[in-house]
Structure formats: structure tokens, C-alpha cells
Design a binder for this molecule. Structure first.
Ligand code: 6PG
Length: 259
């Protein structure tokens, strides 16, 4: 069974370490920012949640001190958020604020936390979608806004953003942002849906660590379509996959053969 991850329209990097993978991800991010700002004077990015992106945020922040990234032209959104306040240690916004926004010269008026702890999550999801349509574009509501880059991690169970295996949200075709109670977690989550993710000009999937090796194998070798991470290849954009050797341990031969 073919795997989207091995489709020719993607670029896959296997890096020696988590830090090397973070640096590779930063190269992709910085190139997208430079290109977008050079052509449209703006760049629209959705950041990943969890812990995998932290080394990449730290590298971005360090390079922001001396680099030439026009951070003040970047609009920052989030791919998903937990049901916690933005100052909570588990908040994906809090992680990005602590590791990146507090250290890089971003324009805070261009940072859009996802309201994962709103009292009315469904209404908050609609509102966040409206903000995306207004800021990123296509506020006609007819089309789907195209992010310049959507960055994602992957859970050990193959979930991406807060799209979990078996969720009806995987079949969502209208809502671009949605909220649901995730049985497996026993918690509510808010998340971008596949139509919005697949409309991006660039999707960057960053997966590191031995604990992800089994799932990377299933995705690369088996192309198991029940895995949410199998459905994020952009419709016409570029698909970047960055893994470290630990995460690629079981699939490295296949990847290198078909790379
Ligand atoms: C979240 C994330 C989620 C994350 C994966 C990987 O809110 O948890 O958005 O999709 O990317 O769970 O998490 P780690 O990077 O912590 O392994």
C-alpha cells in the first residue's frame, strides 16, 4: 500500500539527532518566511503543539537575535490547543510564547492564540476560523485560506494537531477549525481540520524520538490510512517531513531506497 509520506511530491530528511532535525526544520521555516515576505510582505504560519517543536523554537529564537528574519511580518496561528488557559504549562501557546515569542522580535499584534479554554468551544472555533479567513485571506468564506506554512508534530498514536484516529473530524469537509471531546484523553481539544491543513503552501511535519519509531514505520511502510498523519500531504503545496534517526529507526532503509 502506497504511503503519502513516500509520494514523490514530498521531501523527507532523516537527521542524525533531535537537534539536527530542529535545525533542518528551522531552515524550512526561515526559507518560507523569507520567500513569503519577499513576495507578499507577510507570512502566515500555524505552529505545532506538544514538545517536539521546542528545540526548533529555541533555534529560531537564538537565530532571531542576529538573523535577518522579518519576524514582524509574520502572523502566528496555532494548529491546535488544549483545554487550558494560555498561561498554563500545557498550553501550546504558552510553549511558543516561552520558547519563541518572548525571545524573537515578533509583532505581538500578529500572534493569534487559539482559544482552547473558551467557555463555548464551538463558538470560539467559529470565531478563530473567521480570524484566519480575515487575516490569512479569503474572507469571502467561499474558498479556503492558504497558510504559507503549517507545522505539525505527530503523537505516538499517529495523531496530528488534535485530529485523533477514529474522530469524525477526520472526515470534516466544511469547518476549518473545530472542537471536540477527545475520548482517549478525556479532554476537549480545538484543532485545525484537514481541509485547512491540506490547503497550505507548505506542511512541515517534524517527528523525533524513539517513541515515534513504530508509528513512523506504519506510516512509511504500511501507509496505514487509519493514521491521521497519513492525511496531511498538501493538495498542491510542498510536504516537508523531518525526522531524526531515532524516529526513523525502523523505516530508514525503505525511506533511503525510495528517497
Ligand atoms: C498537542 C499537539 C500534538 C503533538 C503530538 C506530539 O497539542 O499535543 O499539537 O499533535 O504534536 O501529540 O506531541 P509531542 O511533540 O509532545 O511528542
Amino acid at each position: 500500500m502506497g504511503s503519502d509520506w513516500m509520494d514523490k511530491a514530498r521531501t523527507i530528511f532523516i537527521e542524525d539527532s533531535q537537534q539536527a532535525a530542529a535545525c533542518r526544520a528551522v531552515e524550512v521555516i526561515e526559507s518560507v518566511v523569507h520567500e513569503s515576505v519577499a513576495s507578499r510582505d507577510v507570512c502566515n504560519i500555524a505552529l505545532a503543539g506538544g514538545t517536539t517543536p521546542i528545540p526548533a523554537y529555541q533555534v529560531l529564537a537564538t537565530r532571531a537575535m542576529t538573523g535577518s528574519i522579518p519576524w514582524n511580518r509574520v502572523n502566528f496561528f496555532f494548529g491546535d490547543e488544549r483545554n487550558v488557559p494560555p498561561d498554563h504549562i500545557e498550553s501550546n501557546y504558552h510553549t511558543a510564547q516561552r520558547e519563541l515569542f518572548d525571545k524573537a522580535p515578533v509583532d505581538w499584534s500578529r500572534v493569534y492564540p487559539m482559544p482552547g479554554d473558551a467557555a463555548d468551544l464551538q463558538a470560539a472555533a467559529v470565531s478563530y476560523e473567521q480570524t484566519i479567513r480575515h487575516v490569512v485571506g479569503d474572507n469571502s468564506g467561499a474558498g479556503i485560506p492558504h497558510f504559507d506554512l503549517i507545522m505539525l508534530g505527530m503523537g505516538c498514536d499517529g495523531h496530528v494537531a488534535s485530529l485523533f484516529a477514529g474522530s469524525a473530524l477526520l472526515d470534516e469537509t466544511k469547518k476549518l477549525v473545530a472542537a471536540e471531546h477527545v475520548e482517549m484523553l478525556g479532554r476537549y481539544r480545538m484543532t485545525m481540520t484537514l481541509p485547512l491543513i491540506k490547503a497550505a503552501h507548505n506542511v512541515l511535519l517534524l517527528v523525533t524520538g524513539e517513541d515515534k519509531a513504530e508509528m513512523v514505520y506504519k506510516a512509511v511502510i504500511e501507509g496505514d490510512r487509519s493514521i491521521p498523519a497519513m492525511h496531511i500531504k498538501p493538495t498542491s503545496g510542498k510536504f516537508w517531513i523531518v525526522v531524526d534517526k531515532a524516529a526513523a529507526r525502523l523505516a530508514v532503509d525503505e525511506i533511503e531506497q525510495r528517497h
